[in-house]
Ligand binder design. Structure first.
Ligand code: UTP
Length: 178
């Protein structure tokens, strides 16, 4: 199948209040899951679905995200000196993963507003939105499954998840028609 979706938007400019105090001085998108920050899984998922135009919406205090995907000359230099080549390769690979564009949301005015900040970059193309605080483990990337549904119906597609009632206040909620 042709690549139906070529652009991804990853809004990362929220305040992350639900994870406070862990997110007081670091973006929630950078919280580690095993050996890498959550945002790296998301970028890897986009690349697996052959989405190579990736734009991150960032905000105040989110520089760690840009630094993570940038080259790290000093760290690479010391890893080389110490002959830690496996780690060096790993670190180099991260900065080579993708060309990422960054747009700044000046105030955290909500998810919709964050996406609207990149409207000129998206133009009239269909695009994928990833929320970097929701990692979906699946053999076939969740975004590829959504793209397939998009290919069939040519309309906006949302991934949803059933959650126990006591957790509902932590989520956006929809009332589906069955
Ligand atoms: P969330 O509501 O899950 O993130 O938004 P949040 O606002 O950071 O979290 P809480 O509610 O304070 O705990 C979903 C995604 O949208 C981004 C967030 O970074 C998150 O990845 N977002 C949210 C923005 O980019 N800008 C905003 O103004 C709000």
């Amino acid at each position: 199948m042709d690549n139906l979706i070529r652009k991804a938007v990853i809004p990362c400019a929220g305040l992350g209040t639900r994870f406070l105090p862990a997110t007081k001085a670091q973006p929630k998108e950078m919280l580690p899951v095993f050996d890498r920050p959550a945002i790296q899984y998301i970028i890897e998922e986009a690349l697996l679905a052959r989405i190579e135009n990736i734009v991150l919406v960032t905000g105040r205090g989110k520089q760690a995200i840009e630094n993570h995907f940038d080259k790290s000359f000093e760290l690479e230099h010391y890893l080389k000196l110490r002959k830690q080549y496996k780690l060096l390769k790993n670190v180099e690979n991260i900065s080579e993963l993708a060309d990422i564009f960054y747009v700044r949301q000046k105030e955290p005015l909500g998810l919709g507003h964050a996406i609207n900040c990149v409207r000129s970059y998206i133009s009239n193309e269909p695009f994928a939105v990833f929320l970097a605080d929701d990692l979906i483990y699946s053999e076939k990337p969740a975004i590829s499954q959504l793209i397939e549904v998009y290919g069939k119906y040519k309309g906006a597609v949302l991934a949803v998840e059933e959650v126990p009632k006591e957790f509902i206040m932590q989520y956006g909620v929809i009332k589906p028609k069955k």
